[in-house]
Design a protein around this ligand. Structure first.
Ligand SMILES: [Ca+2]
Length: 532
C-alpha cells in the first residue's frame, strides 16, 4: 500500500516538474523563483493571491509566493504527517504560531527527523532585520527564548508585546454596588472578604431579593478564574510556568509552601460562605458572560484580562458597571500580579524539502522589518498615518501613528493577520485612536493595567527550556504536577479535601515529590540560569 502511495506521489512529482518546466519556458526570461507556503486556513484573509501585503513581499523579493491553505481542523495533523514522513512538504509552514506543533516537546521530533532546517546560519549571514529585531527586543530575550538546547534556532518568530497583554488577570468589581452600600474598593484580602459579605447580605441591587452573586468565575480560561488572582496576595502564582517562581535567584514551587496553603484556606472560606460562587467550577464562558451582563445586575466581581472578553461592548449600562481593582494585599503583606511574559511564537519554519532555503529565509527576514510590521495597520495615508504633533496614545504617552480604519477583526485583504513571522515594532501604546473614552474597551483596559504595573514580581521565570535528551521525561513530570496542582485547587477550595487537616496537606505535598518535583526544580533552575 505504502509502495503504491510512493509510486503515485513520484508520478505527481514528475508531472509537476514537467508542468512547471513548461510554464517557465513559456514565461520567457521570467526567472522568478517560487516559494510554496502552507498554513491553516484563515477566514479573515480574503484572497491570498491579491492580498496587498503578499504583493508587496513579492515586489520586494522578486519571488512568486504560493499558498496552500490547510483545512483548519486537520491542519496540525496534516503538517505532522508530512514532517514525520518527509512527503508532501511545502517549502515552509507559517500560521502555526498559536498551535503546539512547533513548540516543545513536539518541535524536537521534527528536529530529530531532520525535516525542519536550523536557521542559525541564515540569521548570521542574511538576517539583517532579524538581528535588528533581536537587538530591539533585547529586554525580552527573544533570541534566547528561540534558541533550543542544541544552540540552534529552528523557527522565525511572531512577537507582540504591549501593556494590554502584560497582565492576564484583572479583578473587576461592581462600582454601583459599592456606591449603594457606601463602601470603598477593597485593598486587602480581609477587606475583600468584608465587601463580598456586604454584597451577599446588603441587597445592593435594591430589588428586595437575596439574588446577589458576590464573586464568580469560570474554568473556561485562566484569566477568568478569580482564585488565580487572589492567590497572588499569598504567593506569586504563575500558571503558565507550572506555579514555579524565583526568590533570590532560586527557583521554587508555590503549591508546597505554607503561603499557598493559607491562600487555599482563604479561598475555601469564601466558597463555604457563598462569597465565591460554586458556579465558578461548573459554568462555561457563555454563562459567565451572561451573568456579568444580566440586566438584573446580579454580579459583584469577576476576573478577566480584557474587559470586553466578559462585558458586552454593546451594552453601555454593563460597560459602566464594573471598575478595575488593584492587586490585593494579603495577610503577610504579599501584593503581586501575574506577569504574562510574551514568548516568541513559532510563526515560520523552513522544511527540508525547500530548494531555495536562503530565498525563503530572506523573505522571512523581510517580514521582520519595521516596514513590514506597519502593514498590519493597512495602507499608509488610507488606513493610518504618522501621528500629528501632540497626539497622545491611550496610555497618555506620545503616539507614533494615527489609525483611521480598524482592519483587525473583520475580513480584509491588506495584511496576513500576523500568521506570518512578524515583530510588533510599534505597540498599541503608540497608537492613537479617536474612539477612546469610558465606553471603549481598549481604553478601559489601558486604565486598568496602570493599576497592576506597580505590583510586578521583581524576579520571574521567563519560560522552561529543557535539554533534548530529558525533554520527554520532564514534560511528563510537569504534566502530572500541573494536574495535581489543579486538583488540589479544586478539592481544597470546594472542601472536598480539608485544607485544615495536616495529614491531608502533608500527603498532598508529598505526592508532588513522588511525581518528580525535585527533578523538575533542578531542570527549571538550569533553564532559569541560562537567562541570567
Ligand atoms: Ca437583591
Amino acid at each position: 500500500m505504502k509502495r503504491y502511495a510512493r509510486g503515485i506521489s513520484y508520478l505527481i512529482c514528475v508531472m509537476i516538474i514537467f508542468l512547471t518546466g513548461c510554464a517557465s519556458a513559456a514565461g520567457q526570461g521570467d526567472e522568478r523563483k517560487t516559494v510554496r507556503l502552507a498554513a491553516p486556513e484563515n477566514a479573515l484573509i480574503e484572497d491570498f493571491d491579491t492580498n496587498a501585503y503578499k504583493l508587496w513581499l513579492e515586489e520586494q523579493t522578486g519571488l512568486n509566493i504560493e499558498m496552500t491553505w490547510l483545512p483548519a481542523a486537520a491542519s496540525e495533523q496534516m503538517a505532522n504527517i508530512a514532517l514525520l514522513t518527509g512527503e508532501n512538504l511545502p517549502d515552509a509552514y507559517i500560521g502555526f504560531g498559536s498551535h503546539n506543533i512547533f513548540k516543545q516537546p513536539s518541535l524536537q521530533t521534527y528536529i530529530d527527523a531532520g525535516t525542519i532546517l536550523p536557521l542559525t546560519g541564515y540569521i548570521e549571514e542574511y538576517g539583517t532585520h532579524t538581528q535588528a529585531a533581536f537587538e530591539h527586543l533585547e529586554d525580552f530575550y527573544v533570541r534566547e527564548l528561540m534558541t533550543q538546547s542544541d544552540g540552534n534556532i529552528y523557527f522565525m518568530p511572531g512577537f507582540t508585546y504591549h501593556m494590554i497583554t502584560r497582565y492576564s488577570q484583572i479583578l473587576w468589581m461592581n462600582q454601583e454596588w459599592l456606591d449603594a452600600l457606601n463602601l470603598a474598593q477593597p485593598t486587602t484580602t480581609d477587606e475583600l472578604y468584608q465587601v463580598l459579605k456586604a454584597f451577599r447580605d446588603g441587597d445592593p441591587n435594591g430589588n428586595g431579593a437575596r439574588d446577589e452573586i458576590p464573586l464568580a468565575g469560570t474554568e473556561a480560561s485562566y484569566s477568568k478564574q478569580p482564585y488565580d488572582n487572589i492567590m497572588n496576595a499569598f504567593v506569586y502564582n504563575d500558571p503558565k510556568n507550572s506555579r514555579l517562581y524565583v526568590e533570590g535567584g532560586e527557583v521554587k514551587f508555590a503549591p508546597v509552601t505554607d503561603a499557598w496553603r493559607d491562600g487555599l484556606a482563604f479561598l475555601n472560606r469564601l466558597y463555604k460562605e457563598e462569597l465565591l460562587s460554586p458556579l465558578s467550577f461548573t459554568q462555561d464562558d457563555q454563562q459567565m458572560i451572561q451573568m456579568a451582563n444580566d440586566p438584573r445586575n446580579i454580579l459583584g466581581a469577576f476576573t478577566v484580562s480584557g474587559y470586553t472578553y466578559t462585558v458586552m461592548q454593546s451594552d453601555p449600562e454593563a460597560m459602566r458597571r464594573y471598575k478595575p481593582v488593584a492587586p490585593l494585599m494579603g495577610p503577610e503583606g504579599v501584593q503581586l500580579c501575574t506577569l504574562s511574559f510574551p514568548l516568541p511564537k513559532p510563526n515560520g519554519v523552513i522544511t527540508s524539502a525547500c530548494e531555495h532555503p536562503e530565498e525563503v529565509f530572506k523573505l522571512f527576514d523581510l517580514m521582520l522589518s519595521e516596514e513590514a510590521g506597519l502593514m498590519r495597520f493597512g495602507e499608509r495615508g488610507v488606513d493610518w498615518d504618522a501621528a500629528r504633533e501632540g497626539d497622545v496614545s491611550i496610555f497618555d504617552t506620545p503616539a507614533a501613528i494615527r489609525v483611521y480604519n480598524q482592519l483587525w477583526k473583520a475580513k480584509q485583504n491588506k495584511h496576513l493577520m500576523e500568521i506570518e513571522p512578524y515583530i510588533r515594532w510599534l505597540n498599541t501604546v503608540d497608537v492613537t485612536q479617536d474612539s477612546t473614552g469610558e465606553l471603549d474597551g481598549e481604553y478601559i483596559n489601558a486604565q486598568a493595567r496602570q493599576l497592576y504595573a506597580p505590583y510586578e514580581p521583581e524576579e520571574r521565570l521567563l519560560t522552561l527550556i529543557f535539554d533534548a535528551e530529558e525533554m520527554a521525561e520532564l514534560y511528563g513530570i510537569r504534566g502530572n504536577i500541573d494536574d495535581h496542582t489543579y486538583n488540589g485547587l479544586i478539592d481544597f477550595i470546594t472542601g472536598a479535601a480539608n485544607i485544615h487537616d495536616d495529614a491531608v496537606w502533608d500527603e498532598y505535598k508529598e505526592t508532588f515529590y513522588e511525581m518528580g518535583l525535585e527533578k523538575l526544580l533542578i531542570a527549571a533552575q538550569e533553564s532559569h540560569d541560562q537567562f541570567q
